[in-house]
Design a protein around this ligand. Structure first.
Ligand SMILES: [Zn+2]
Length: 227
């Protein structure tokens, strides 16, 4: 397990992609990590809200601040969160990425970051599926590691995540500005209050390990007696 809590974490990734469900997920869960590494080539894609006249231009302004390129799709994001066909999510991700081979991909975990937005979980699962099947290649996959304790707290980094980045205050402020100034969330919004000061990730170099990891977490959640 590698924990980096001070200064910049070790970093040898050039081609990086961030694959998220919504515009704002990239800033909330990984904005500090992206801002800390302007030397890398960042491609950020959002699967939903490409047709949202408010969020779309804000997303591209955020990409500019993050010195990233990116694209958006417009998958259904209705309040009922009807499950999307796996093939549709897979196809959408591949259509958004101009290249399919990366040093690092950041995305949602199988568990999402809070209870509950299905699109987050679907996005993480699709990335792992595409990695297993072959069309998407990466040296490492980092999945957002946050939880909200069944909605009793704001999402915060999971204590036993594989990788932590404690943001220097100036970097956190830049990220917070993206949320309140660029995305326009008010200071007392859930988003602004959540904006994590420590970013946390599950870190994998093999898709089979991802499946094992979440299956084990699932098991330990179901039987609290066994750790
Ligand atoms: Zn989201």
């Amino acid at each position: 397990m590698i924990k980096s809590t001070a200064g910049k974490p070790e970093w040898d990734f050039n081609r990086c992609a961030v694959i998220v469900a919504h515009p704002d997920d990239e800033a909330l869960w990984a904005g500090g990590t992206i801002l800390a590494h302007p030397e890398s080539d960042w491609m950020i894609v959002s699967l939903c809200r490409g047709g949202d006249p408010d969020r779309r231009p804000r997303f591209f302004q955020v990409l500019k601040a993050l010195k990233a390129s990116g694209k958006m799709a417009d998958l259904d994001d209705g309040p009922r969160q009807i499950p999307l066909p796996e093939e549709e999510v897979d196809r959408t991700i591949l259509s958004l990425l101009p290249q399919k081979r990366f040093d690092l991909i950041l995305t949602h975990s199988f568990e999402g970051e809070y209870i509950r937005h299905r699109r987050h979980e679907e996005t993480g699962r699709a990335v792992v599926r595409l990695w297993e099947k072959g069309p998407l290649q990466m040296r490492e996959l980092w999945m957002f590691a946050y939880e909200d304790d069944s909605h009793t707290q704001l999402p915060h980094s999971i204590v036993n995540a594989h990788h932590f980045y404690e943001l220097p205050p100036s970097l956190w402020k830049q990220k917070h500005d993206l949320i309140v100034r660029t995305y326009g969330f008010t200071e007392d919004s859930w988003e602004a209050r959540t904006t994590p000061k420590t970013e946390a990730f599950w870190r994998f170099s093999d898709p089979a390990r991802v499946r094992r990891h979440f299956a084990e977490r699932n098991k330990s959640h179901e039987s609290p007696g066994s750790v």
